[in-house]
Structures are given as structure tokens and as C-alpha cells.
Design a protein around this ligand. Structure first.
Ligand code: C5P
Length: 278
């Protein structure tokens, strides 16, 4: 009898409700304060114990990753194997999020891979060794491993969970332009505009900003059009770019307002996803 087992894990898209860049560090990274949140829409990762290692891509954005022999999912699996063992795995990534788009697709996929492998091999999801692997894979991977609303400091890896806004209707909009995270950070003007506040999460997010918007807009002017369109939608509580872009999001006061906004943008040719905060 076979003892092959399968675990499926959601890889929800990450949003930065606010992203304050405080200073450039000697190691080339930037010290951040950011409010991470997650939405229901995302990729899916399926991991099965197997006779040999394999990796397959499905879903609407599979083609944009195909051909890259190395990606964050296979890297996450290799590092999990080096730390915990566990033998070969067949991994399937069902890709629904646009790549290089500021909503942490690759980071979410890596985190979901780590969670699935941990489940398969009886490792606790909050095991510090798992977070150490996540940290080594990318600045957003620890937040995605935690998978809940949190204030992030450092490169984004020092996390403190916060409560609020679960269930809030969200529209994600991407104009179809991929921007390089490193290039956007390089374009930051070096001005520290201050910390993220405290208190009610929506008020804090609205009072905050994304300091990467100006350099991202300079590289991808289509972001201007997306932000203007979202801000003009009736019922929008907050319209902002996520991460280093180019995906922007709006939080809405109701699902009806969000759906009306999505309908209004349907002839733009932009990628849109109507979802909710987790
Ligand atoms: O950590 P990750 O590999 O996702 O970062 C990609 C690039 O984004 C880094 O090489 C760096 O140029 C930039 N970055 C940064 N400061 C951060 C996070 C990322 O400068 N806090």
C-alpha cells in the first residue's frame, strides 16, 4: 500500500496597506515600516510525497513563469529538505497572480510551499527554523508565512500581528506592466517622511502612504491611471499601490461598491481581481 500523501495550501496575495521607507541600509536594503495584509485571492500550491522531485505549473499566469528552472517554490523546497529532510516531492503551483507585481506572488508561493512541507513532515508552522528559511528566501516571505495582518519592520521580517479590517471588500488592479523591485527601491529619494501611526487600522492605513509610489510611477506611468481610476470609484475607502508595484488596490465600504468599480474598469484591459481581506 502506498503512503504517498498530498497537502494543498493557499498562497494568498499580500498587500502593503502602507509602506514607509525610513532609510537605506549599508547592506543595500531599506529599513521599512509596513502594514501587511492578505486577501482571499491568490495562488495555490499542492505538495505530494513522491518517488522523484518534480515541479509543474498550472493556472492563468503559468506561462509567465514557465522556463525559469529556478523559482522561489523549488528554492523553498530545497531549503526545507536541507533543514528537515523528507524525501522527494511532486509540487504543483497553480498561478493566479501576476508576477513581479507588488502583491508578493512569489513570496506567497514560497511560504505556502514551506507550510505544506511542514504539514507533511510534522513541523509546526511557527517553527523558528521555518521563519529562518523564509527570511533567507526574500524580505516578504516571513510575512507571507505568518499570513495575517501585521506590522513589519526591518526589511519586513520583524513582524507584529495587528487586528482589524478582516472581510473588507478589495479590488486589485494591475495595468500589465512588470516593475523591478530593486529598480523601484533605487529610485526612492532618500527622504524619511516618518513612521506609521498607531490605533484604528483603517485610520492608520489612510494616514499612511506608500513611499515607493513616486519611483514606481516614474518607471511605469500606467500606475498613475490605475490609482486615479480607483480613487474616483464611489465607496472607495483607500486607493494605493502595493509593494513596489505595479498592482494597486482599493478597499471598499461594501461588496456592491467594489463590484460596481470592477464593472466600471472592465473595458480598460487591466487585470482586476475582486476579493476580500482575510
Ligand atoms: O528581499 P527581496 O529579494 O525580495 O528584495 C528584492 C530587492 O528589493 C532587493 O535586492 C533590494 O534591492 C530591494 N529591497 C530593498 N529593501 C527592502 C526589501 C527589498 O532595498 N526592505
Amino acid at each position: 500500500m502506498s503512503d504517498l500523501r498530498t497537502v494543498a495550501e493557499p498562497a494568498p496575495a499580500k498587500l502593503n496597506l502602507a509602506l514607509h521607507v525610513r532609510h537605506r541600509r549599508p547592506d543595500g536594503y531599506h529599513e521599512l515600516e509596513t502594514l501587511f495584509a492578505f486577501v482571499e485571492h491568490g495562488d495555490r500550491v499542492r505538495v505530494a510525497t513522491a518517488e522523484t522531485d518534480s515541479f509543474a505549473l498550472t493556472g492563468p499566469f503559468a506561462a509567465t513563469l514557465a522556463g525559469e528552472g529556478d523559482n522561489l517554490v523549488t528554492r523553498a523546497a530545497a531549503r526545507f529538505g536541507a533543514a528537515f529532510g523528507g524525501g522527494p516531492h511532486a509540487i504543483t503551483l497553480d498561478k493566479h497572480l501576476p508576477v513581479a507585481s507588488g502583491i508578493g506572488g512569489g513570496s506567497a508561493d514560497a511560504a505556502a510551499t514551506l507550510r505544506a512541507l511542514a504539514t507533511l513532515h510534522d513541523v509546526a508552522h511557527d517553527d523558528p527554523r521555518l521563519f529562518a528559511i523564509a527570511d533567507g528566501l526574500g524580505s516578504d516571505v516571513p510575512a507571507c508565512l505568518l499570513g495575517r495582518t501585521a506590522l513589519g519592520r526591518g526589511r519586513g521580517e520583524q513582524l507584529a500581528p495587528v487586528e482589524g479590517l478582516a472581510g473588507t471588500p478589495v479590488l486589485l488592479v494591475n495595468p500589465g506592466v512588470a516593475v523591478s523591485t530593486a529598480a523601484v527601491f533605487r529610485g526612492w529619494d532618500g527622504v524619511d517622511r516618518g513612521p506609521i501611526g498607531t490605533g484604528d487600522l483603517l485610520a492608520v492605513a489612510r494616514a499612511g502612504r506608500n513611499d515607493l509610489e513616486p519611483p514606481a510611477r516614474a518607471l511605469a506611468p500606467a500606475i498613475d491611471s490605475v490609482l486615479a481610476a480607483l480613487a474616483a470609484c464611489p465607496g472607495a475607502l483607500l486607493a494605493r499601490m502595493s509593494g513596489s508595484g505595479a498592482t494597486c488596490f482599493a478597499l471598499f465600504e461594501s461588496a456592491a461598491a467594489r463590484d460596481a468599480a470592477a464593472e466600471g474598469l472592465s473595458d480598460t484591459g487591466w487585470w482586476c481581481a475582486a476579493t476580500r481581506l482575510r
